[in-house]
Structure formats: C-alpha cells, structure tokens
Design a protein around this ligand. Structure first.
Ligand code: NAD
Length: 243
C-alpha cells in the first residue's frame, strides 16, 4: 500500500487494536508510546501481519518531543498518511477533591497532545496535500461525567479541535474526525469499581461493554477512502449509551 499511519499510545488498549486493524488494512505502522519498550509487542504483532512497523518513545504532551518524533517517523517511512491521536489518561475525582496537578496533567496529556501532533503531522500532510486524522474523544466530552471535570474538559476540547483542524486543513485534502467511545474494556476502565461499572452498564442500550476492536473498525473506516466526504465529525461508539 505504501501508506503510513502514526498511532499515539498504541502499546495497549484501544491504540494497540487500532494499530493492528490498520496493519491488516495494509498501512505501515509507527507506534508511539510513552516509554522505551512499551510499544514493542504492538510492533511485533503488526510486523506479523506483513507490514513495516517501528516504535517511537515520546511523551505526546511535550511539544519538542513530538516535533523530534514526527521528524524521525517522516525520515524512516517517507510519508505520513494517517494520524490517530489516541494517547490519553484519566485522573478521576469529584470536583471539590480534584487536585490542581490532576487537572493539569489530564489537560496536558489528552488535549495539548492533539495540538502538538496535529501541528507537526499536519505540516507533513499539507506538503503531501493528503492525509486523514482521527482523534479519540469520549462520551464524557459530549455529555459530561461526574468525577471527570478534567477528563470531560479535555475531551470536549478535542471535539472542538477536530472541527477547527477540519476547517483549516479541508481545502488541502486533509480530513479530521473524532470518535467518542463509551465504556470500552481496556486497562483504563479495569480500574473502575464494580459499583461504577454496573451503574454504567445499566445505561447502555446494548447491555454490554465495548471492545477495543469495535473502536478500531470505525477509526479504520474514517481513515479510509470510504469516508472521503466525511470531515469535522464526531462519531459516538457507545452501544447506545445516549440517544
Ligand atoms: P489505556 O490506558 O489502556 O492506553 C492508553 C495508552 O496511552 C497507554 O499505553 C499509555 O502508556 C499511553 N500514554 C499515556 N500517556 C501518554 C503520553 N503522554 N505519551 C504517549 N503515550 C501515552 O487507555 P485506552 O482505554 O486504550 O484509551 C485510549 C484512548 O481512548 C484515550 O484517549 C481514552 O481517553 C479514550 N477513551 C477510552 C475509553 C474507554 O472506555 N477505555 C472511553 C472513551 C475514550
């Protein structure tokens, strides 16, 4: 295929599922992870699917590290055709108990990372006059969620950034969309209490949690030519959490 996809935070969870799905579709894969070695398993699994893959350790909330990483990926792969801004964290707590540090770190990692990566990869795509970007938002960014003032703020911002970058880059053939997952079974949600999990389940029309692959399928569609006239949109993938 000769096309390259960059996926941030792709060492596990939804990011790893997206990397493997895009590898199946024939993309060469640049796996970003926070620490050296934590992207290795995803790289091996992508290579086993017959494509080129490599890992890049960088903190996506750090502007200079993103600039350096994108430069290296461009040198190694030649083009960057798809970007998935997936890396994210939660630091939940009710408003009056939430620390400033937990507020700031979630905004930095979930929100500023999207600015950093879209800016540097966007510059590459602008020169190519083609490319497609998908941002991981959340139902918390659409509807809010108690205990997630920081997280819902960051994901609401990601939805607004998706629209702004779609408007800025659209005339140059670059599409930008977002997905808003509901409750997906990953290490991020494993840490919720049974009480919290059951309360969420009660609100889901399909009465089950989502799997990372069910997010990856929609991301792959949005990145593909099948979605060639779709930009600036946020697709909720929540089993009918809210309608
Ligand atoms: P996860 O915690 O399982 O994986 C996230 C990955 O991001 C980890 O491998 C982590 O090392 C990496 N990461 C964290 N900070 C990073 C940084 N600064 N730089 C580079 N990598 C970093 O989470 P997940 O459930 O797979 O979530 C993936 C995305 O989907 C996140 O943006 C999350 O907010 C979003 N999301 C998840 C759910 C869900 O139910 N799991 C729901 C809605 C949205």
């Amino acid at each position: 295929m000769g096309k390259t996809a960059v996926i941030t935070g792709a060492g596990r969870g939804i990011g790893a599922a997206i990397a493997k799905r895009l590898a199946k579709d024939g993309f060469d894969i640049a796996v970003n992870e926070l620490t050296e070695g934590s992207g290795a398993q995803t790289v091996e699994e992508c290579k086993a699917l017959g494509v080129k893959a490599a890992a890049y350790a960088a903190d996506v909330s750090d502007y200079a590290q993103c600039e350096e990483m994108v430069k290296k990926i461009k040198e190694d792969f030649g083009t960057i055709d798809a970007l998935v801004n997936n890396a994210g964290i939660t630091r939940d707590g009710l408003l009056l108990r939430m620390t400033e540090e937990n507020y700031d770190s979630v905004i930095r990692i979930n929100q500023k990372s999207v600015f950093n990566m879209t800016k540097f990869v966007g510059a590459v795509m602008l020169r190519q006059k083609s490319g497609s970007i998908v941002n991981l938002a959340s139902v918390a960014g659409l509807y809010g969620n108690p205990g997630q003032m920081n997280y819902s703020a960051s994901k609401g911002a990601v939805i607004a950034m998706t629209k702004t970058s779609a408007k800025e880059l659209g005339s140059r053939g670059i599409r930008v969309n977002a997905v808003a997952p509901g409750f997906i079974q990953t290490p991020m949600t494993d840490k919720l209490t049974d009480e919290q999990k059951n309360a969420i389940l009660a609100q889901i029309a399909m009465k089950r949690y989502g799997q990372p692959e069910e997010i990856a399928n929609v991301v792959a569609f949005l990145l593909s030519d099948d979605a060639s006239y779709v930009t600036g949109q946020t697709i909720e993938i929540s089993g009918g959490l809210s309608m």
